[in-house]
Design a protein around this ligand. Structure first.
Ligand code: PGA
Length: 253
């Protein structure tokens, strides 16, 4: 049996004001209060982090952010540091989401700096990787992922501790209603785990959780989670409604 506790994570993207986010987590807290052997995370927008962090105290839901900047402080108008996220109560931070890469010019190099900054502040990066549809069609999926992971983790040390979560999110599956099949997900997750094994050793790679993301919903989560290397889900659209998110948390019922 795997020692990896499944992580079901909601990425709320640019949805919900602080008030709306707090209302949603109040509902979610009740819905998932009895959830066992699963970790739950929500990542609201920056403006809602503090309020949501307070609302989640003494609950079984952890807080994540959707992005950070790598410098600790300074004249970087509009940016947010790792220390600020820690102060707001975050444990996780999503890094390198495909929307950040696509619309905000993030590269493997900036992702690498962000991962280092998160780790230095004891935040756990949820490091997103994934191929475009054209890259899959050209049979470049594995080479694309190989580069994203090697460059994203360039000179990143973990001292043996699995302080990172990888999220495999095929770009063609995000927000499209067209999830990867569980076989496609498993194949890539295994590839990622083997890559981590080569770089960081067997124990580390066997402890790191690899989430699948891209059109996860209550109808497909169980089948995805049955695959041996799928350790959770990073969920966008279906995480916005507490009842639906609750169903994802209880995927095994
Ligand atoms: P989706 O988004 O679940 O709406 O496809 C996933 C994500 O972007 O993390």
């Amino acid at each position: 049996m795997s020692q990896r506790i499944p992580l079901i994570a909601g990425n709320w993207k640019m949805h919900k004001t602080g008030t709306q986010a707090v209302e949603a987590v109040h509902q979610l807290k009740h819905l998932v209060a009895s959830a066992a052997n699963v970790e739950i995370m929500v990542a609201p927008p920056f403006t809602a982090l503090f309020q949501v962090g307070n609302a989640l105290k003494n609950s079984n839901i952890t807080l994540g952010a959707q992005n950070l900047y790598w410098e600790p402080q300074g004249a970087f108008t509009g940016e947010i540091s790792a220390e600020m996220l820690m102060d707001a109560g975050c444990r996780y931070v999503i890094i390198g989401h495909s929307e950040r890469r696509q619309y905000f010019g993030e590269t493997d190099e900036t992702v690498n700096k962000k991962i280092k900054a998160a780790l230095a502040a004891q935040l756990i990066p949820v490091f997103c990787v994934g191929e475009l549809e054209s890259e899959r069609d050209a049979e470049n999926t594995f080479s694309v992922l190989d580069k994203q992971i090697r460059d994203g983790l360039n000179n990143v040390g973990f001292n043996g501790k699995p302080h990172i979560v990888i999220a495999y999110e095929p770009v063609w599956a995000i927000g499209t209603g067209k999830s990867a099949t569980r076989e496609q997900a498993q194949e890539v997750h295994l590839f990622i785990r083997e890559l981590l094994k080569k770089q960081y050793g067997h124990e580390f790679s066997s402890l790191v959780r690899i989430l699948y993301g891209g059109s996860v919903n209550p109808g497909n989560i169980k089948s995805l989670m049955e695959m041996p290397d799928v350790d959770g889900a990073l969920v966008g659209g279906a995480s916005l409604v507490p009842e639906t998110f609750g169903k994802l948390v209880f995927y095994n019922d």
